[in-house]
Design a protein around this ligand. Structure first.
Ligand code: PLP
Ligand code: COI
Length: 337
């Protein structure tokens, strides 16, 4: 018996995963697999030269028992942007969609029940599988799609967290791969994240890698601040264009707020009334404290128990649409029949 309410954000085996191979310049048939492991040549380019890109999206079960997917076409587009950036073939939207629907239909009982607060996390990835030592793009690739029921990314769920400003490492370069979802970005941030969590923070707040003057990303999520009824979120060439953030931008306007997407100087943080981070895993997580350890300062936004009013409204509207509790005026939801 799965204790849905207690699920962590973690991997759990399900019934099946989907795979599709790319060989001789073309994607092959969609295959259903029951094994959780891959057979991979030790010289595959994904292992040595980082030819790997991935996605993350969720399926939600509504009160009506129907399973809803949130903006999967955006994930399909972004996966292809990532693949292109690291010399890998794009995966046609039709293969992505068919794989996704097959994966869900084979793992339906793992989509958590409505009201449990949990959802099903879906992880598509493409890896370079050609065995070679020379540095060039793999001509053989594998698309894999698996899923796992998950609880909240931060143990506290929708409760404000504290984060710490990072000035000594970068997760990406100014014209590098920060704007796409490739494994290397995450490896580059792991040590810093580990240090931040050891000190009791839930994430590191990365600054722009060129000048260290502007806010970039907040752990594996985008950053936003709210002041004067305006939703403000950083613009930078090294930030991943978050689908959750894109949605919050639309929702903020819909709810009567102004929206600004522009470079955000670190010095501006003290002027915000509310701040938070957003992403598929993080959903919308309010931040109550940003610590600047280099300057022995803390910026406080409300308290650790109470999300800000506008963050709360944005969160409720986003999650309401995802679970089908409120209408979806943007056509973001695909119901899985
Ligand atoms: N930024 C990074 C580095 C991420 O890993 C993610 C997660 O996907 C996000 C932002 C949020 O993006 P999305 O809302 O599309 O999940
Ligand atoms: C997501 O939010 O989907 C991500 O990919 C972040 C990951 C670290 C769980």
């Amino acid at each position: 018996m799965i204790e849905w309410e207690k699920l962590p954000f973690g991997y759990m085996p399900t019934n099946a995963n989907i795979r599709c191979k790319y060989t001789n310049g073309a994607w092959g048939n969609i295959e259903i697999h029951h094994s959780e492991t891959l057979e991979l040549h030790m010289s595959a380019t994904c292992l040595h030269y980082g030819q790997e890109c991935f996605e993350g999206l969720k399926a939600y079960r509504g009160k009506d028992e129907k399973i809803r997917l949130f903006r999967w076409e955006e994930n399909s587009k972004r996966l292809n942007e990532s693949a292109k950036r690291i010399g890998m073939p794009e995966i046609p939207k039709e293969i992505f969609k068919e794989s996704l629907l097959k994966l869900i239909s084979l793992n339906q009982e793992f989509v958590p029940p409505y009201g449990s607060g949990a959802s099903m996390y879906i992880r598509p990835l493409i890896i370079g599988t050609e065995a070679k030592l020379g540095l060039s793009a793999s001509v053989e690739n594998l698309f894999v799609l698996f899923c796992s029921p998950v609880g909240p990314y931060f143990k506290t769920g929708f409760k404000p967290v504290k984060v710490v400003i990072e000035r000594h490492t970068d997760r990406a370069a100014p014209q590098g791969t920060g704007h796409v979802k490739v494994g290397g970005n995450y490896a580059a941030a792991l040590n810093t994240t580990l240090e931040a969590t050891k000190k009791g923070y839930s994430a590191a707040l990365f600054l722009d890698p060129k000048e260290k003057k502007y806010i970039d990303e907040c752990g594996p999520a985008n950053f936003f601040g709210i002041k004067n009824n305006t939703y403000i979120t950083p613009k930078s060439s090294s930030i991943l264009p978050s689908i959750t953030n894109m949605s919050l931008i639309d929702l903020a306007s819909h709810l009567g707020m102004k929206v600004e997407r522009r470079p955000v100087e670190l010095t501006e943080i003290e002027t915000f009334e509310e701040v938070g981070q957003c992403g598929t895993a993080a959903v919308l997580t309010p931040i109550y404290c940003i610590a600047d350890l280099d300057n022995k300062k803390e910026f406080i936004f409300g308290d650790s128990d109470t999300p800000g009013k506008q963050s709360q409204k944005l969160y409720e509207t986003l999650v309401g649409i995802q679970f089908g509790d409120i209408p979806d005026p943007f056509n973001w939801i695909t119901i899985v029949e």
